[in-house]
Design a protein around this ligand. Structure first.
Ligand SMILES: Nc1nc2c(ncn2[C@@H]2O[C@H](COP(=O)(O)OP(=O)(O)OP(=O)(O)O)[C@@H](O)[C@H]2O)c(=O)[nH]1
Ligand SMILES: [Mg+2]
Length: 364
């Protein structure tokens, strides 16, 4: 979605309830026994739906990244993401949707191929399925097992605990609860996840998610917004857009007041349910640009740090010079004082000797 200027911290979206932390610990406990990981990503937001905790948890374990729900995403952009992931080391990726039996049937063979050979021959291949909430992990388990064995539902956090399923073809599948991570550092990723349905609606400021979605659609797919909501032109702001949607789609209340929650619901349901067409929330190029900007910022920060260091060095050197001059001045003063003392002592000694000699003459 639209890349934003740095918004206030309070607007960032995060959702990491206790059961996700528990799920993470339970995955870590069994990770040693896992031969390969299937990481289920959302094809509409492949990068934002990539949980950084999974990379840490799996360490070197081979991973098959499945960009699920491809039936909701722009196929061209999805292909660019598949190519992007396949270029990574120890990673295989392809796009899929749970209505596609042919693609689902490919998974067991690939899983076996990716698992290390020594394990393959001795015992069943243990495959752990991981990913963000509501991305389709349990649906995938059911598709692989061939019957409705795991509970699924169109809301996040349906699967509550790790569960094993044995397939007849030498594979053990482990379903895991959907996990997000403690701090979603990228502002847009948080909103994309919330828009897609990976974050419980009651855990977010629902209207601000709808506004974000409306702004994204107005920027990226204006024609679809015009057609869907039967408009001749788009309003100036996302807020106005939401008001219009509310007015047209059952949110008009007595006295002309607009029910903004109802309007938000319509906007979010329409985008999630592909009523606005196939939508990819993010592209490889967008992320590449973001990455380049971050790199550029890092270089600029480093240069600024070095500049400040040089400035400080100059200040330090000048202070040292002044200190050295002060020391030299003090030393010179001390030398001068010592010389003056010596001269005055010598003079005194001379005077005393002259006086002594005079005294001697007097006494003779
Ligand atoms: N359009 C579409 N919907 C899908 C696809 N795969 C799964 N779904 C739907 O996505 C919703 C979530 O599916 P689940 O399998 O429960 O997701 P999960 O990843 O197990 O979710 P948690 O257990 O909450 O982490 C359900 O309504 C599924 O029908 C797909 O390929 N395309
Ligand atoms: Mg599940």
């Amino acid at each position: 979605m639209t890349d934003s200027q740095t918004p206030p911290k309070s607007m960032y979206i995060n959702w990491f309830p206790g059961h996700m932390n528990k799920a993470r610990n339970e995955i870590a406990e069994v990770m040693n026994d896992v031969d390969m990981v299937i990481e289920v990503l959302d094809a509409r937001l492949p990068m934002s739906s990539q949980n950084p905790m999974i990379k840490d948890l799996r360490q070197g374990t081979p991973v098959l990244k499945l960009l699920n729900k491809q039936d909701l995403a722009d196929p061209e952009i999805t292909q660019q993401w598949v190519d992007y992931f396949n270029a990574q080391e120890h990673v295989q990726a392809f796009a899929i949707d749970m209505g596609n039996k042919k693609l689902i049937a490919k998974i067991p063979g690939i899983a076996k191929e990716m698992a290390p050979i020594r394990i393959r021959n001795d015992r069943p291949v243990r495959v752990m399925i991981m990913g963000i909430p509501n991305v389709g992990k349990s649906t995938m388990i059911n598709a692989l097992v061939g019957r409705k064995i795991a509970k699924v539902g169109n809301e996040p956090a349906v699967t509550k605990k790790q569960t094993r399923y044995t397939l007849p073809n030498g594979i053990v599948l482990m379903d895991t609860p959907g996990m997000l991570w403690p701090k979603i550092a990228d502002f847009d990723s948080g909103y994309r996840l919330a828009t897609s349905g990976a974050i419980r609606d009651t855990a977010v400021e629902y209207q601000s998610v709808a506004l974000y979605a409306a702004k994204f659609m107005m920027d990226k797919y204006p024609q679809r917004m015009l057609e869907r909501y039967k408009l001749t032109e788009l309003p100036e702001t996302d807020f106005e857009m939401l008001r219009i949607i509310g007015a047209k789609r059952g949110g008009l209340r007595p006295g002309g007041k607009i029910d903004m929650h109802k309007a938000s619901e319509v906007m979010i349901h329409d985008i999630r349910g592909s009523k606005l067409g196939l939508i990819s929330y993010e592209t490889v190029a967008q992320w590449q640009e973001k990455y380049d900007q971050q790199m550029q910022q890092r270089i600029e920060d480093q240069l600024e740090l070095e500049r400040q260091q040089v400035e400080q060095d100059i200040i330090d050197t000048e202070r040292d010079k002044r200190d050295a001059q002060r020391q030299a001045y003090k030393k010179q003063n001390a030398i001068d004082d010592a010389r003056e003392d010596r001269e005055s002592n010598e003079k005194k000694a001379q005077n005393t000797s002259i006086q002594n000699r005079g005294d001697e003459n007097v006494t003779q």
